[in-house]
Design a protein around this ligand. Structure first.
Ligand code: HEM
Length: 527
């Protein structure tokens, strides 16, 4: 490996000036660079503790960059191999920056259950220009107060109001599917489901219908995809991590123009809804002294999360328009891809397991025996137990968020290793969910794992697709509701099949887990 580095340095120097490429100069330059690198590491990280944690041997300057610099579709396999060679806490370096990858339940518990380890890892900085420091990205007292402020918005009673939107958008999706002619009914379901999820979250978060299902070319939808795409590429391209270099790069200006569209859109919606809110408030002065949560629940209709934010903002005294935008943008960012990926993988798993698909359809047929075309009610959703188990099992095999990261600020014992302060922790959920001690035959799709008796036999942190502890997903109930509505609407009307073989499907751990080539499925009307 060292000889590989020397050869590379030699080539670079030769390009700069042939005289520079003498062996002595190369050795001197590599030596000085290694010394500076080691000083940097010593200066900021506790190397003596880090060296005790198992992991692949790092190279000077590069750390383990060469070990993990593989094509995106090979990343999960490569990381899994490295982790399995090292153990449940594996250390590696990217340049001078140390990471510890956790892949078993006890390690996850140490981090997730703690109120101290709530700082997100350095890679979240790439979403700051879009989301600012909203609920997903903030920490400390700002995060605490925002979390407290937003929790009532996800109360069961408030979520009920979003059911109408979910049913309406599902029905647009099923109508689109019904128009597919035989011979043309094998399609990539991933984008179809994504547009539906986007329409649902946009109307729920902002009270605006962007009609992505009808027109996916709208500037807002295109900018959202563009911004997400560039964030992912930046996170995996160290040469544009630096802000100045990024702004000079073509990605930089494309990102800025996408953000302008996204921010302008949210700003305008906030302005409109604030005006509406003011007018409504003038009409109903009596509600101003009531407790916020009761107030919201008492009202006939709450169309958007944005309303709660405007209500608590106290006309800019508690939340400015910029603060409100951070949270609305965060819901848009966190709330469409995650559910879309999970719904797509669930449909796919049911498509390749026809006997399990039949059981789900039986459950739905029994529930909708009175009228197979009516919208789903909250009561129906509560009774979709088997479908829920399928969705959960799909999230186990294909967690929408396959990796998360935190930075710890104090020395912490994790999995028996003393991990020094300022180390970045990677929570490798994709592998955690494949632990054979917790999930025998882990690659097998078996919804029975989520029957109530079997769930109790597992470690409390063995299954955490929505994270767990204080920084868990605030939107998980919303997500489960949406997914049941959309998936059940499709399965009431259609049979699904697919020739895609799970072991051949290439997975990309982008901002969310995504199939590299989409998921082709055949959609046939049920007789
Ligand atoms: C299947 C769907 C979803 C999955 C698998 C999922 C998963 C997650 C995970 C793993 C986290 C923790 C991220 C981290 O620590 O870095 C998270 C946080 C979060 N999620 Fe979700 N999510 C889903 C849907 C949603 C929806 C629909 C919304 C909004 C309506 C949402 C809003 C959020 C927010 C705001 C946070 C940050 C919470 C905090 O730090 O206090 N999520 N989600």
């Amino acid at each position: 490996m060292t000889s590989l580095v020397l050869t590379k340095v030699n080539q670079i120097l030769e390009q700069i000036h042939p005289l520079l490429a003498t062996p002595i100069l190369v050795v001197v330059i590599v030596g000085v660079a290694s010394w500076i690198y080691t000083r940097m590491v010593r200066g900021s990280y506790n190397l003596s503790l880090l060296n005790k944690i198992p992991g692949p041997r790092p190279l000077p300057l590069l750390g383990n960059a060469i070990d993990v610099a593989v094509p995106h579709q090979d990343f999960l396999k490569t990381l899994t191999r490295l982790v399995l060679n090292s153990g449940p806490a594996m250390k590696f370096f990217l340049a001078h920056r140390p990471y510890v990858v956790l892949s078993k339940a006890p390690g996850f518990e140490t981090i997730m259950s703690s109120n101290k380890h709530i700082t997100k890892g350095p890679d979240y900085k790439f979403v700051h220009p879009w989301l600012g420091f909203g609920l997903l990205t903030s920490d400390g007292s700002k995060w605490h107060s925002r979390r407290k402020m937003l929790t009532p918005a996800f109360h069961f009673k408030i979520l009920e109001d979003f059911l109408i939107i979910m049913n309406e958008q599902s029905s647009i999706l099923t109508n689109k599917m019904a128009k597919l002619q035989p011979g043309q009914n094998t399609i990539d379901m991933f984008p179809q489901i994504t547009f539906c999820a986007l329409d649902i979250i946009c109307e729920s978060a902002m009270g605006r219908n962007i009609n992505a299902q009808g027109n996916s070319n709208s500037p807002y939808v295109q900018s959202l995809f563009k911004a997400s795409d560039i964030i992912f590429h930046r996170a995996t391209s160290p040469w544009i991590w630096n802000d100045i270099l990024f702004h000079l790069h073509p990605f930089g200006w494309q990102f800025r123009s996408a953000l302008k569209v996204l921010h302008d859109f949210t700003d305008n919606v906030i302005k409109d809804r604030k005006a509406l809110f003011k007018a409504e408030k003038q009409k109903a002065q009596s509600s101003t002294t009531k407790d916020l949560e009761d107030d919201l629940m008492g009202k006939k209709k709450r169309l958007a999360f944005l309303d709660l934010l405007i209500e608590v903002s106290d006309d800019g005294k508690i939340l400015t328009d910029r603060d409100i935008r951070e949270e609305v943008d965060t819901f848009m960012f966190e709330g469409h891809d995650t559910t879309a990926a999970n719904m797509s993988f669930t449909l796919y798993l049911l498509a390749i397991h026809p006997e399990i698909q039949k059981k789900v359809q039986q459950e739905l047929d029994d529930l909708f025996i009175d009228d197979p075309d009516r919208p789903a009610s909250m009561d129906d959703l509560a009774k979709m137990k088997y479908l829920e188990a399928c969705i959960k099992e799909s999230l186990r095999l294909y967690p929408s968020v396959p990796l998360m990261s935190r930075t710890i600020h104090e020395d912490t014992t994790i999995e028996g290793q003393l991990v020094p302060a300022e180390t970045n922790i990677i929570l490798y959920t994709y592998l955690l969910h494949r632990d054979p001690e917790q999930f025998p035959n882990p690659e097998e799709f078996d919804p029975e794992r989520f029957s109530s008796t079997k769930s109790h036999q597992r470690h409390a942190y063995a299954y955490v697709p929505f994270s767990a502890g204080p920084r868990n997903c605030i939107g998980q109930k919303f997500a489960m509701m949406e997914e049941k509505v959309v998936v059940s609407s499709l399965l009431r009307k259609f049979n699904l099949s697919s020739n895609v073989i799970p072991s051949k499907m290439e997975l990309l751990p982008e901002l969310i887990l995504r199939p590299k080539d989409g998921i082709q499925m055949t959609v046939t009307k049920r007789s």
